[in-house]
Design a protein around this ligand. Sequence first.
Ligand SMILES: [Ca+2]
Ligand SMILES: [Ca+2]
Length: 262
Amino acid sequence: MKISKLFISLIVLMIACVLIVSSTDAATYNIGAFDGGGYRADGYHNPSVDSYQVGNDCTSWDYNGNTDTWTCLANTEFRNWFAFDLSSIAVQSNEIISSATLSVLNNSAGMFNGYSTGSNAEQWVIMSVESNINDIIGGQSAGSNAGVNIFGDFNNGNTYGSIGLTADAYNSSTYINVNLTGPNAISDISSSLGGLFAVGGYISTINSPYEEYLFDNSDGQINSVNLTLETTVVPEPISSTLFIVGGTLLAGRRFIKRRNGA
Ligand SMILES: [Ca+2]
Ligand SMILES: [Ca+2]
């Protein structure tokens, strides 16, 4: 009788501990971008312009009055970036980041609803940033090595996530959400807690000599861009509880065996 009571008490204690630990809530953190914009292929970025238009843009047009048509004579590519301040994110020591989502506002106002491409779909890819974030924020001049290197940074490194977009996605002003599930996305964010974090973006489906860009009319809405982090509670207290309870059970069994054997 005493033996089974001891075992039942220990099992009840164990279940209670597990339930207490499981009831701790996970958390969601929304962090607004504090800066962002675009870098041009020649390395140029004006820090006072925060449009995050991305893709191939026409830089020189020719108008034919006889046929009333415009012809693009020269293109340049833009890549976009967003910076987040994670210094105030109070992730607890028993929490880990379990998911990250980049949410970018598309402004459907304007001639092309922000979707300025002849392609049926374009793939927007979000990449890791290896450059110094303050160098990105500060802006760079056209033709500068620093600027060209930053432009290059935005399509190399780890692919955090990507999304295929069509004109349909642009029929209303809405958020484009990219789940950052790629290699190192979560670990890079985790190691940036307490400081700054940035991502770069480019279109991987540029395949014509014409305009192919997204997020037209995005000037002045950088404050609408968000990084959403979800956390889960680390189950360490469960395992230590189980360790203690398991140890007690073993000790109890030995004690009982010894007593029964005596
Ligand atoms: Ca990179
Ligand atoms: Ca395309």
